[in-house]
Structure formats: C-alpha cells, structure tokens
Ligand binder design. Sequence first.
Ligand SMILES: Cc1ncc(COP(=O)(O)O)c(C=O)c1O
Length: 393
Amino acid sequence: MIYFDNAATSFPKAPGVAEAMSAFLANDAANPGRAGHRMAVAAEKMLDDVRLKLTRMVNGSDPRRLIFAMNCTDAINMAIKGVIHPTTTADDTHVITTVLEHNSVSRPLQAMADSGRISLSRVPCDDEGFVDPEAIRKAIGPTTKLIATTHASNVLGTIQDAAAIGAIAREHDLLFLLDAAQTIGAAPIDIEAMKVDLLAFPGHKSLLGPTGTGGLYVGERVPEPAEHSAAGLRPWREGGTGGDSSTPVQPALFPYYLEGGTPNTVGVAGLGAAIDYVLEHDPAAMLAHEQQMVQKLIDRFTDDSRFRVYGCGDASRRVGTLSLNLLEYEPGDVGSILDDSFETAVRPGLHCAPYAHRHLGTFPGGTVRISPGVFNTTEELDGLIDALDQIAG
Ligand SMILES: Cc1ncc(COP(=O)(O)O)c(C=O)c1O
C-alpha cells in the first residue's frame, strides 16, 4: 500500500517505536505510581522522561504542566471543558474560533453554544485558507474569554499565524488554545513566543508516535489548581492518580489533577522513541520534504482543467497536506479507485472539518486530501500523480 494519509495518522511510525513499545510491554509494563514498587516507579519515570522531552519541544517551562492525553481530541476537550465552567452563560462567556477547525474543537464549542453556555463567533478564512488575525481581534467583545484556533488546517494544510493570534489574545487578556494536531513534529511551536496558554497535540501524526497518545500543555497563565479559584482549569476526567489516594477529589497538583486513570504507558514508551527519531532527523528537514511533494502536486494540477486544487499555491506556507478534486468525480469515488486499483491511500470527504468545506464550497462531498509523509518517496508521488491523471483521463 502506498500511504498518503499522514494527516489522519502517520504511517509508517518512526523506526524504534514498535521496539520501544514491545520492550516496555515485555519488561516494564507496570501501572505507574509514585509511591509504588520499583516497576511502578520505573514506569512513572518513563512517563516523566517523555513529559520532559515534549515540554522542551514546545518550549514549556514546567514538565508537570504537560498532561498526557489519549489523542488531540482528548486534549482539546480537557482544555475547553476545563476553562469553560458548567455555570457559564451565553451572556457572560464568549468564545472565538474559526471556520478551519476540526470537529474536535468545533463540536464541543457548538454543543456549549447550543446549550446556552457560551456565545460563539466563527471567524472565516480567506480564499487561500488563512485566517486574518485582525478578524479575530474584531470579533473580541466584553465577555470574550477564549480564542480557540487550529495551527494548520487539516483540509488545506495552511499554517496560521499563531504568534499574531496569541499576541492579540494576550493584549486582551484572553486565553489562547492552539490545536497543534497538524503541526507538532513538523512546524516549530514555541508556546512562549506564540503566547499560547493551552497547547493541544497528538503523538500519532508528525511526531510519528503510536495512536492513543497526545497531550495538553497548560501554560503559566492557567493557575495551578492548588491556587485556583473558580477561574481555574477543571478536570473533565476524574479518578485514580497513582499516588495521594486520600483526597476526596482530584489532588490539586499538575499533572495528576488532569490525568485520572491508568495512562497509556505502552503508547508513551513508543512516543518517547518517536520523539528521539524526529529530533535526530530535524523536523524542519522533514517538513521541507513534505512541502516539496505538495508543491509538485500543486504545480502539476493547478492549471489542469480536469482538476481543482484548493488553498494557497505556495507549499512553504502549508504543512504536508493538499486538497483537490477531479471535476467529473465524487471525492469518495476517487478515494475508492485509488485504493482498489492503485493500492494508494488518500482521504476523501469532509475530514471532520465541515465548516471549512462549507467555506470552500465543497460541502457535503468534500475533497480528496493527499497528505505525504516523511517516508514517502518521489517514485510514490509520481505513481500517485500518474494514477490521478489516468482516473481523470
Ligand atoms: C486540526 C485537527 N485537530 C484535531 C484533530 C484530532 O486529533 P486526534 O485524532 O488525535 O484526536 C485532528 C485530527 O485529524 C486535526 O487534524
């Protein structure tokens, strides 16, 4: 199978990931616990090592604020449901988001808006697929509490000016949640420079780790629960924390406060190996490889009247993701033909981003999304181009 669906999850995973998971399972797979036996302590130490690697990668200041999650969706829910409290109303809490969001951002926010707990503004993007930070500024009102945006669109791949949005959020003393699903491990993320308060990310996309991993970095402006007032972050999942079983509610300490339940230690062991690989191989070089492939697709299909290519024509402003359509075909049919006749995996449809597709005029059929990864070769890309050409012909 030739795999061009890396925006959904990367494949193959980094060399060393399967081995690290297998070794952890075979030798160390105890339930982590600070006060436990030596195997439990070793499992906890493994978690802490990976916590530190991730914290450094995003320029966080305190590894305890790096919370492990099941995936990016889990981290986003932790952030949104953590900062928007159950007692808010549409009159006192306004949230700003964009049309580019994945359902993991737009659904929790829309559900809150539908139940009258927030008012919601959804800022559009331009024809190239970029949100103007000034449009976000204009949407700010007296009750705005949170700006929640994606760092890169999972439909168009366009990288948003997160630093400009973060600066606006900080100027107005708002919390800024950045969904780094499509950028972590590819585009640089510096939560200090970008003024990000809540950074949600998966471990299984450009970090090249296993599914079932992800995290939320909680910035310093979100108070430690011990100090916290009604304004602080709330855990949306409560339960066992591998230590301090005495308190009747979640212990008021990061990361345990937000990490109720047995963590995915096997996945995190794999993620640790994946991060080592990504750092050794330079995320910038890996992104450049993907961008070259996207540029080749853009250059080949943009002026071909049988195709429509969506979004910015300059691949250096994208992560490795491109949406196109063959004008005579439903995207789903193109995906099936590529799968059945060319053993090639792409992702047709709405990509969990219905507002982006409405904005592009591609709702409800969507587009054919091609997302090259770091391990795709030029021959594979040429094969895909040839296959699309044959289908269109
Ligand atoms: C922009 C964006 N946000 C969030 C998610 C959700 O990530 P996960 O599948 O890790 O929950 C995705 C997944 O494709 C995404 O592309």
